[in-house]
Design a protein around this ligand. Structure first.
Ligand code: ATP
Ligand code: MG
Length: 138
């Protein structure tokens, strides 16, 4: 990821001088549901440090999954910045985010995201689409 982080704000340095691994600054997420806007995150600022064991606690609908999806680069905030070490995730392109997820993120999904009793034709159809696509784009 080429985007280098500018000189970091004060709160990204812990008491023992360690730099934050993740830093979110004023991260907000708004889902547009037709005429209704759902404010899933409002100006979230947080630092996460190496070796920390962090529990994200809140009632259903408070935005836990939304925040984790953004930190894990599965989703992007509507506004605000998210940094991973020296990289600005919110300025990275799709290829850079794919590499970030592959090399730095592990997810255990709430609902597993396994293929539910795949229809006998759906998996082969998906794979053949990938093979066909792979053979014609290069
Ligand atoms: N894709 C989406 N489209 C529209 N609204 C969404 C979407 N995803 C989440 N929301 C809304 O955003 C808010 C936060 O949802 P989120 O799933 O992040 O909460 P959560 O804290 O993970 O809840 P839970 O404990 O039930 O998993 C909720 O009001 C939810 O309905
Ligand atoms: Mg959730």
């Amino acid at each position: 990821m080429p985007a280098l982080r500018p000189p970091g704000p004060q709160e990204t340095i812990s008491a023992d001088g360690a730099a934050a691994v993740f830093h979110a600054h004023s991260g907000s997420k708004i889902y547009n549901m037709g005429e209704v806007e759902v404010h899933a995150l409002r100006a979230v600022t947080l630092d996460l440090y190496e070796g920390e064991f962090v529990v994200l606690l809140g009632p259903s609908g408070s935005g836990k999954s939304t925040l984790l999806n953004i930190l894990g680069a599965l989703d992007v905030p509507t506004s605000g910045e998210v940094y991973y070490r020296d990289h600005i995730l919110t300025k990275a392109n799709d290829a850079e985010l794919t590499r970030f997820r592959r090399e730095h993120v592990g997810f255990v999904f709430q609902f597993y995201n396994l293929i539910p009793r795949a229809h006998s034709t759906s998996v082969p159809a998906n794979w053949s689409w990938r093979f066909w696509k792979g053979s014609t784009t290069r």
